[in-house]
Ligand binder design. Structure first.
Ligand code: GL2
Length: 813
């Protein structure tokens, strides 16, 4: 495949690009300018494939999935694009010859951080797999002007800074003004009767023009280039002198402002909805635009709108895009002229819904007052959906009011978006086996009983192209040396590594690669945190969003406990350990932010206490994001996946660690269960209450944390240290909120799981000292990670939900 890469031509193009873009010779270009010039040169290589792919899709009139998502956490594009074009090494060489280091050039690119965490990153991995497998797909989202905020740490506290990711332009995007559509908000609905049929007309509305920007999504070595389409908003009515005269100036300003605010910023909440009007506007904005465009495209190739389900699936990524159900109904009835039953039949064979969480605070509900004011026509449709759905429930369960209460779309003055999604979809899936089971047996039990065939599980996955091939080149090359390169597109091949796990030479090589990656991370930590860490210590890593259910607090309390032991138990010893954290907290999540402060305060004390001889180091990596995640996963020895069982729907970081040879220290939650199933429980460190036990306690009203406080000296000691100034000498009450939350309710069972966690940690300490045993365990984790490729996940979606066919693309020159 490399044969078609023209190195000399590429070098020339880079030089020319610098000249035409920046009016400079390349010797005078800034690194950012070189990055731009290189990216435009790469884009040229992409364009032909992009056009060829879409020609092929049109020629075959293929079925397409539209992956509707408020979030796509893409990270950087350049390196990944080169990897998937299979040009990475060649471009590296070309740039070397021009006197530039590709790694350094890659570092100039801002992360496209249009997402919060796992849910958004999953969407990005899915796009990579869809293109690699040759499935026709669009990602549809929002072109936020500001993505996920940049996190700074000041005096140990998180500070948020705007992420102005577009300030230097985005070389890979293409603006497609010709595909702009109008999206309407507010006003009222007027009914007009023409020839005996009622027409519903929205009047007195405000509107914006939705303008798509397309980003290429490149399949690995197969010429397929799919599209991530993100929508920008522009004012329909520009300021014009006319409007002064007609007194419409105010309206023009209003529309300008509306357009500007809609796409201004990503809401930085993970697993939590804020219920803000602007958020609902964002949702309807990108859904209306995406669905309108999809229907227009469908109609270019197909005459009969009834064929829509044969050609299109709208996959709704969580509750955020579920207004799509009603928007599709609106288009089918008000624009295509279908009757309700016909439209409903088409809609419910076109829409599918993925649930990503059981956390009640994440399932969106909108006050009817707000919803109907903002989306009057859509609300009418939702009302009718609800009316018919409730009739169906009553028919199935006569007289059972509880069923109506639990399942209605409209209830208690609210629009329940999950219920709308389920009523309007042919498929509802969870994201790991345990999660789907909990949905079926508990959270969505009534819906499951009504229509069990609608439910299915699709265990999440990650793309090995970014999280191994790009992130860990040393290991990637080693694997390819041992078993060939088929793993790049078929991760199950990794199991061939099993024959090497007892081979001492291989163990050595494997652990040496880990060591090199630890040196790379240590260097990053020194540069960014100015902390020295010893790459020979155990790198124990917890990187993910900060959330109480993820229990970073359990981790840091345990660090405090170890520190206590080192200080007071002369006979206690431990293998040197570096506890590495990385996490953003939602800007308004006070307790999460306090936990960040606690981690940094513990770091201050422990890292500066010479008496413990560097046995413990604590590092909080600032601004955790996709680009530094790639370095972190590759360097981890231990993967902390310690959520309260039942709460983490799946987790995907857990899979990235496993792939890079880090055993899981975790609870039996989410996909951890399946990781253990693949690798064997002896190759993981499992602790804590099971999901069933947690849910049983919850049914019975919780447990009493004071029982533990009173009987467990180690726990009492660290709790006391939260309020006696040990870690806050200037303000001993600083962490009182954490103390109170643990001693009063401990809703996340942190104290309950403490002993069992500490015990598992001791096992880690012991296991690591058995060098061969550890090497074997680490290698087995990599070897057994095959299941967790997003290629496997996407194959399942494509076969079982979307019914897509693969397309081959060739480049006729
Ligand atoms: C999440 C879940 O919390 C997480 O466990 C899961 O892996 C991802 C992807 O399915 O989805 N749900 C959610 O709302 N966010 C997640 O990361 N933000």
């Amino acid at each position: 495949m490399l044969a078609d890469f023209d190195k000399e031509g590429f070098k020339k193009e880079v030089i020319t690009n610098v000249k035409t873009l920046f009016r400079k010779p390349i010797e005078e270009a800034t690194p950012q300018q070189v990055f731009q010039a290189v990216s435009y040169a790469v884009k040229d290589d992409i364009i032909d494939r992009w056009i060829a792919t879409h020609k092929e899709y049109e020629k075959k009139n293929v079925k397409t999935v539209y992956y509707l998502s408020m979030e796509f956490l893409m990270g950087r594009a350049l390196g990944n694009n080169l990897i998937n074009l299979t040009y990475y090494d060649a471009v590296k060489e070309a740039l070397d010859e021009l006197g530039f280091d590709l790694n350094f050039i890659e570092d100039q690119e801002p992360d496209a951080a249009l997402g919060n965490g796992g849910l958004g990153r999953l969407a990005a991995c899915f796009l990579d797999s869809l293109a690699t497998l040759g499935y026709p797909a669009y990602g549809c989202g929002i072109r936020y002007k500001y993505g996920m905020f940049k996190q700074g740490i000041k005096d140990g506290y998180q500070v948020e800074m705007p992420d102005d990711w577009l300030k230097d332009g985005n070389p890979f995007e293409v603006k497609r003004s010709e595909y702009a559509v109008e999206v309407k908000f507010g006003g009222y609905v007027r009914v007009e009767n023409k020839n005996g049929r009622n027409y519903f007309i929205q009047d007195g509305y405000q509107s914006v023009r939705a303008v798509p920007y397309d980003l290429p999504v490149i399949g690995y070595g197969n010429n397929v280039v799919n599209t991530l389409r993100i929508w920008d908003a522009e004012a329909i009515q520009e300021f014009c002198l006319d409007s002064f005269d007609k007194g419409e100036y105010e309206k023009a300003v209003e529309q300008q402002n509306l357009a500007k605010t809609i796409v201004e910023v990503l809401y930085p909440n993970d697993n939590h909805y804020a219920g803000k009007e602007l958020r609902l506007r964002q949702q309807y904005f990108f859904i209306s635009a995406s669905v309108q465009r999809a229907i227009l495209k469908f109609k270019e190739l197909n005459k009969d709108i009834h064929k829509l389900p044969e050609k299109v699936t709208f996959q709704m990524n969580d509750t955020h895009p579920t207004v799509a159900v009603a928007e599709l109904m609106r288009i089918l009835m008000d624009e295509e002229g279908l009757e309700w039953d016909d439209a409903w039949d088409i809609t419910t064979r076109t829409c599918a819904y993925t649930n990503h969480t059981i956390m009640a605070e994440a399932l969106e509900k909108w006050p009817i007052e707000l919803f109907s004011r903002l989306l009057p026509r859509i609300y009418q449709i939702v009302e009718e959906i609800n009316r018919r759905f409730v009739l169906k429930i009553q028919e199935m369960y006569p007289g059972n009011q509880d069923k109506v209460k639990n399942m209605a779309v409209l209830y208690d003055g609210q629009v329940k978006m999950a219920h709308l999604a389920i009523a309007g979809s042919y498929s509802v899936n969870g994201v790991a086996a345990l999660h789907t089971k909990i949905l079926e047996e508990r959270e969505l039990k009534d819906f499951y009983e009504m229509r069990p065939e609608q439910f299915n599980n699709k265990t999440n996955g990650i793309t090995q192209r970014r999280f191994l091939l790009h992130a860990n080149p040393l290991l990637a090359n080693w694997i390819t040396d041992k078993i060939g390169d088929e793993w790049i597109t078929n991760l199950s091949h990794l199991k061939k590594l099993k024959v090497y796990v007892n081979d001492e030479k291989c163990q050595h090589e494997f652990m040496n690669i880990k060591y090199q990656n630890k040196i790379r991370l240590a260097k990053y930590i020194k540069e960014h945190n100015n902390v020295d860490v010893d790459p020979r210590s155990i790198f124990d890593v917890q990187v993910k969003r900060l959330h109480e259910y993820k229990r970073q607090l359990l981790n840091i309390l345990h660090v405090m406990h170890l520190y206590n032991r080192l200080k007071t138990e002369p006979e206690f010893d431990m293998y040197p350990r570096t506890f590495i954290f990385g996490a953003k907290a939602s800007a308004g999540y006070k307790r999460a932010k306090l936990i960040i402060k606690l981690i940094n305060s513990v770091a201050d004390v422990v890292n500066n206490d010479a008496s413990i001889e560097g046995k413990i180091k604590v590092v909080f990596i600032e601004n955790y994001r996709v680009s530094n995640a790639e370095i972190i996963f590759a360097a981890a020895d231990v993967s902390e996946q310690i959520s309260t069982a039942s709460r983490e729907a799946s987790g995907t970081g857990n899979m990235k660690f496993m792939l890079n040879g880090a055993p899981t220290l975790g609870t039996m939650d989410g996909a951890n269960v399946e990781i253990v199933e693949e690798v064997g429980i002896e190759n993981a460190f499992i602790f804590g209450l099971s999901a069933e036990e947690v849910m049983k306690y919850e049914r019975e009203g919780g447990y009493n944390p004071m029982d533990i406080y009173n009987n467990n000296q180690a726990v009492r000691r660290v709790l006391t240290q939260l309020i006696d100034g040990t870690y806050a000498s200037d303000d001993p009450d600083r962490f009182r909120d954490l103390y109170d939350s643990l001693t009063k309710e401990d809703v996340y069972f942190i104290l309950k799981d403490f002993d069992s966690y500490a015990e598992a940690q001791q096992k880690v300490d012991k296991a690591y000292q058995d060098e061969k045993g550890w090497a074997k365990m680490a290698m087995l984790n990599t070897a057994c990670a095959g299941k967790f490729s997003s290629d496997r996940t996407i194959e399942e979606y494509a076969k079982e939900i979307w019914k897509l066919k693969k397309v081959k693309v060739s480049l006729d020159k």
